[in-house]
Design a protein around this ligand. Structure first.
Ligand SMILES: [Zn+2]
Length: 465
C-alpha cells in the first residue's frame, strides 16, 4: 500500500474513541448473546493419540447493566456426553444448576460476589461492545487513534484493548488471557466480530465461530430464572472405603468427589482408576491400606486414558497398570517418567487371578474413548466403569447417554450377573437403573436451545422455559 492510500484511509477511519462509542452505544441497556464454536479440552479426546478434544460448545447469555445476568452453557464431549449448566446471578452472588442432572444432580451451587465479579468480567470479554462501554466509563483519558485502551475490569484486573489499522477492536488482553476479534461485520446496526478466539498462555482454548447478539429488551428479564427442584449441596462425606460386600469397595469422600473402586483378594488388590492427581491418589491409597492391611495393590485397571482418570497413577508405582489398546502412549504423554514401570495394554477380555477370586477386565469399543475398559468382580457382582453411565450423588436417575447403551450391551453380551454398577462419578446403581436410563435416551438431542436461546427462533426460546 502506498503512502497516499494510507493517508486517505487514516483520514477516513474513525479514531478508536469514536469506534468505542459506536460499539458501546447499542448495548447501554445490556446485551443478549448466542455463541457456538469449539472448546479445546486437554486429554479428553476419543482417540488416545490426540492430546486435545475438540468439544462442540454453545453458550447463551443475557448481561444487563445493573449486573443481573443469565448464562447457559452446553459442551458436547466424545460419546455425545453433554454438560449443560445454567447460572443466574447479580452482583451479590450467583447460583448454578446442572440442567441435565447427571453430573451434579439436584445440587444448587452457590457462589459469592467475588466469584460473580470475575465471572461477569470473563463474560464481557465475549461481548466487545461491553468492553468498549467499560473502556469509556473507566478510562477518562480515552485512546488516541491507533492506540490501545486500558481499564480495570470488575474484578480489578487490567484489560488492554488493541485496535487494528482499520480502527476495529482486534484484541483484549488480561494477564495470560487473550481474546481476538476477527471479521467485523460492516453493514449491521450492531457491530459484531464473526469469530472470537480465546487463548490462555498462548494456547487456544475456545474458538467461537458463530457470534450472534442483540441489544437487551425490557421483556428479557423474564429469562432470568432457574428451573425448580434444586437445593444446596449436603456437606461432603469424609474420605473412607465403603464396603460393597464380598471384598469389593468404593472410595467415598475424596476431595474431587471421584470414586476409586477396589477389590481385595488373597494375592492382592485390584484398583479401578487413579483420579485426579497424585496427592488425592496417595490419600486414597492410605485408606485402602487401612481397609486391607498387609495386602499389596497389584493391579490398577484404567477405565480410559482421560486425564482426570489417570493423573494419580504415580502414587501406584509398584502396581501393574492395565490400559485399553493404544493407551500406553497416552499415559506416557501425560505422565512421562512418572508412569509406573509395568504397563500393559488389554486388547481382549482377560481375567486377573487374585487367589481366592478372579476379576474380569473387558475392553469396550466406546464412542467416549477408544481405550475403554470395564472391570467386573463375579464374587460380589460389582461392575466398575468410568464415564459410561452416570447417576449423580443426589437426585433422580437421569437419562443415559449413548454410552449407557454401550454398557448395557456389554453386560448382556458377556452374560455378566451384575448386582451393583460403580461409577467413577456419582452414586452406585443397579442394572435396573441402567436399563431405565437407557430406555429414556431421546432420538435426537436438541441441546436445549443453548447457543440459540437469545437470538434464535421464538419457538426455541419458549421451549426451554
Ligand atoms: Zn472420560
Amino acid at each position: 500500500m502506498n503512502a497516499f492510500l494510507i493517508a486517505v484511509l487514516a483520514a477516513s477511519t474513525p479514531a478508536p474513541a469514536e469506534r468505542l462509542d459506536g460499539l458501546c452505544a447499542p448495548l447501554r441497556q445490556g446485551v443478549a448473546i448466542d455463541l457456538a464454536g469449539t472448546s479445546y479440552r486437554p486429554e479428553q479426546a476419543h482417540a488416545p493419540d490426540e492430546p486435545l478434544a475438540a468439544v462442540d460448545a454453545r453458550q447463551s447469555m443475557l448481561l444487563l447493566p445493573d449486573g443481573r445476568f443469565l448464562l447457559r452453557t452446553s459442551n458436547l464431549y466424545p460419546g455425545d456426553i453433554e454438560f449443560r449448566y445454567r447460572t443466574l446471578g447479580d452482583r451479590n452472588g450467583e447460583r448454578t444448576v446442572d440442567e441435565l442432572g447427571w453430573r451434579d444432580g439436584d445440587v444448587l451451587q452457590q457462589d459469592d460476589a467475588a466469584t460473580v465479579a470475575r465471572d461477569l468480567a470473563d463474560l464481557r470479554m465475549l461481548a466487545p461492545g461491553l468492553l468498549a462501554c467499560d473502556a469509556i466509563a473507566r478510562n477518562p483519558g480515552r485512546p488516541a487513534a491507533g492506540g490501545a485502551a486500558s481499564f480495570k475490569d470488575g474484578a480489578g484486573r487490567e484489560v488492554t484493548l488493541a485496535f487494528d489499522a482499520a480502527g476495529d477492536l482486534a484484541s483484549a488482553k488480561r494477564d495470560g488471557d487473550v481474546y481476538r476479534y476477527e471479521g467485523w461485520n460492516t453493514d449491521a446496526a450492531l457491530r459484531l466480530p464473526a469469530t472470537i478466539i480465546h487463548s490462555r498462555d498462548g494456547r487456544e482454548r475456545e474458538r467461537w465461530t458463530r457470534v450472534r447478539a442483540r441489544p437487551a429488551q425490557a421483556a428479557d428479564t423474564a429469562l432470568l430464572s432457574l428451573p425448580d427442584g434444586y437445593r444446596p449441596a449436603d456437606p461432603p462425606p469424609s474420605l473412607r472405603a465403603t464396603p460393597l460386600g464380598d471384598g469389593a469397595y468404593r472410595i467415598d469422600g475424596a476431595p474431587s468427589g471421584y470414586h476409586t473402586g477396589f477389590v481385595v483378594g488373597e494375592k492382592g488388590i485390584v484398583l479401578f482408576d487413579a483420579p485426579i492427581d497424585v496427592d488425592e491418589a496417595k490419600a486414597v491409597r492410605a485408606v485402602i491400606e487401612k481397609a486391607a492391611p498387609g495386602r499389596a495393590i497389584t493391579h490398577v485397571v484404567i477405565s480410559h486414558v482421560h486425564g482426570d482418570h489417570v493423573a494419580g497413577l504415580p502414587a501406584h508405582a509398584d502396581a501393574e497398570v492395565l490400559v485399553g489398546a493404544g493407551g500406553v502412549a497416552a499415559l506416557r504423554r501425560q505422565l512421562g517418567d512418572r508412569l509406573p514401570a509395568r504397563v500393559r495394554e488389554v486388547t481382549h477380555a482377560e481375567t486377573l487371578e487374585l487367589g481366592d477370586r478372579r476379576i474380569r477386565v473387558l475392553p469396550l469399543a466406546s464412542d467416549h474413548a477408544a481405550t475403554m475398559l470395564v472391570g467386573f468382580d463375579p464374587a460380589s457382582g460389582t461392575l466398575f466403569q468410568g464415564d459410561l453411565f452416570y447417576i449423580p450423588e443426589r437426585g433422580a436417575v437421569p437419562v443415559a447417554f449413548s454410552t449407557g447403551r454401550e454398557l448395557a450391551t456389554l453386560i448382556d453380551s458377556n452374560g455378566l450377573d451384575v448386582r451393583t454398577i460403580v461409577g467413577v462419578h456419582g452414586r452406585s446403581g443397579t442394572p435396573a437403573d441402567l436399563r431405565g436410563a437407557v430406555a429414556r435416551i431421546p432420538a435426537r438431542n436438541d441441546r436445549g436451545c443453548v447457543g440459540e436461546q437469545m437470538t434464535g427462533a421464538v419457538a426455541c426460546s419458549t421451549a426451554t422455559e
